[in-house]
Design a protein around this ligand. Sequence first.
Ligand code: ADP
Ligand code: MG
Length: 618
Amino acid sequence: MAKIAINIATGSLQQADMIVGIDLGTTNSLVAIIHPESKQPVALKEHDSSSLVPSVVHFDETGNIAVGEEAREYLETDPQNTVFSAKRLMGKSYRDISENASFFSYRVIDDDTDSLVKVQVGDKFYSPTELSAFILKELKQRAEHILKTPVTKAVITVPAYFNDAQRQATRDAGKLAGLDVLRIVNEPTAASLAYGIGLDREQETTIAVYDLGGGTFDISLLRIANGIFEVLSTNGNTYLGGDDFDRAVVKHWTHQFNISDEELKQNHELAQGFRLRAEEAKKYLSHHDTYSVAWHNHVLELDRDTFDGLIAPLIGQTIECSRLALADAGLTAADIDSIVMVGGSTRVPAVKNAVSGFFGKAVNDTVNPDEVVALGAAIQADILAGNNKDLLLLDITPLSLGIETMGGLMDVLIPRNAKIPTKAGRQYTTQKDGQGDMRISVYQGERDLVKDNRKLAEFSLKGIPAMPAGLPKVEVSFLINADGILLVKAKELRSGVEQGIEVRPQYGLTDAEVEKMLLDSITHAKDDMQARALAEARTEGEQILGVTEKFIAKNSGLLSGEEMIATAEAMQALQLALTMEDKNLIQSKIESLNEISRPFAERAMDAAVSGALKGKKV
Ligand code: ADP
Ligand code: MG
């Protein structure tokens, strides 16, 4: 199911724009897409640069805003005007974060209330949503630059523990950045999709997603069945991550060289130098045994064993959180089928060893842990775009759905692009006296006449008790459930007889077919309008002929011979007009017949009234 944009003004069809997957991280953010040729998820990056965009925003005194690597440079030199970790503030009040206020080098406004926090930079105030929007805008721009096409639709990931306020704040940030956020997806869900876990609807499994990023740790246990990802439990520490590894290394070195904490605090350059080299050493040790660098008059050295010793207590904390998560879910380590590793810090071999030791299994670490969440978000985006037909996680209808009414007209009950699940209903009635059956034909398409649309199903509502035409009330209802299956029901409300059918509208229509149907509806819009007007005039003409016939049969005594002839002539003229393709002719013949029959309709009314009076004793 493709989403196809139609330019209303020109009627031109635009290439369905791409839905991107975005990992809006505390430390780093990035965008991924499904590669149009390889069909594999890929993180977007400019040549020779990283796919990661540091989640840092810098404001300079002239009002310029920088995001990413450039902004990160200011973390040490201009901390008051450099905002990092805005994600930690999403949907939070000052009270929520007061305990950790010292963590933020920029000004978080302390109004000691439950209202949402704001960050003050210079004389301006920014909400965490606005700050996140700056990052998303940057990601959008970079993606557009790389893809050379507008990017307007996205799936954005959030931690599984995010509450409604935090999810809404993330959605709003997307909107502010000019993105239509089609879905907010849990990070662990995205990560497991990137490993192909949960893509098979038949599969039932229980997994652990261990996510150790720059400043946060979380563990989520998921139960996956029937394509549904259920979060069984989450645990973690929002102030524990790779940055703490760096700090442990800095401490180790400054201790070696007898540099006091006070000295380090005073000398930003020194602190910055140590921090950068500590991070470098940490990363280097993920693939080597020893690190050494000459810096100023020092030689900074670190071997893997020493490093492992420094971070052991930190890793221990994450294992403790994992134990609590298992207990909360009522599970043991043996119940976990797979472990997915997420976040840059899981590259550290000691982390992998500790986790696989705890769960008693090898961990999944083949996908780049920095990118795995964004890659999964791209897979989810692709499913939403309808490019993965086996997975019906569809959430909008590609074409309008309706039924055939008199004159072969399409009566739309659910318009195209309606969000699913959805339902709609409308009342119809019979055409003929004593009509016992009513045929319900279900169509899909944008054209006014059903013959130009695609028939999906047909069934008859049988056993409508005999009633004059127009009296039965047949309620036709459409329901599209979350699986994208359409259920059509018809019920005669006076008698209660009902009948239903299940339709699978998405199957069998290729994107190209949907596209063609939409194009046709534009090309034929004018013809369709005329066809509809003609069909409506014909229906009206037929109804009037039927009513007049019935009237004459009942009231022939009230009409003179001349009137009989004039009526018969007018009826014939209308009958003839009905066989022609001229709506105006039909309407004028309807008018003429009405002119002639109006006087006896009045006469008949009088007769009925006086007859009624006669029958009553006054
Ligand atoms: P977040 O999800 O919080 O945005 P990331 O998943 O991008 O964070 O993780 C960032 C962290 O990963 C940083 O602390 C960084 O130093 C760390 N990291 C990145 N690469 C490595 C590596 N090779 N070895 C150890 N840590 C790494
Ligand atoms: Mg992350």
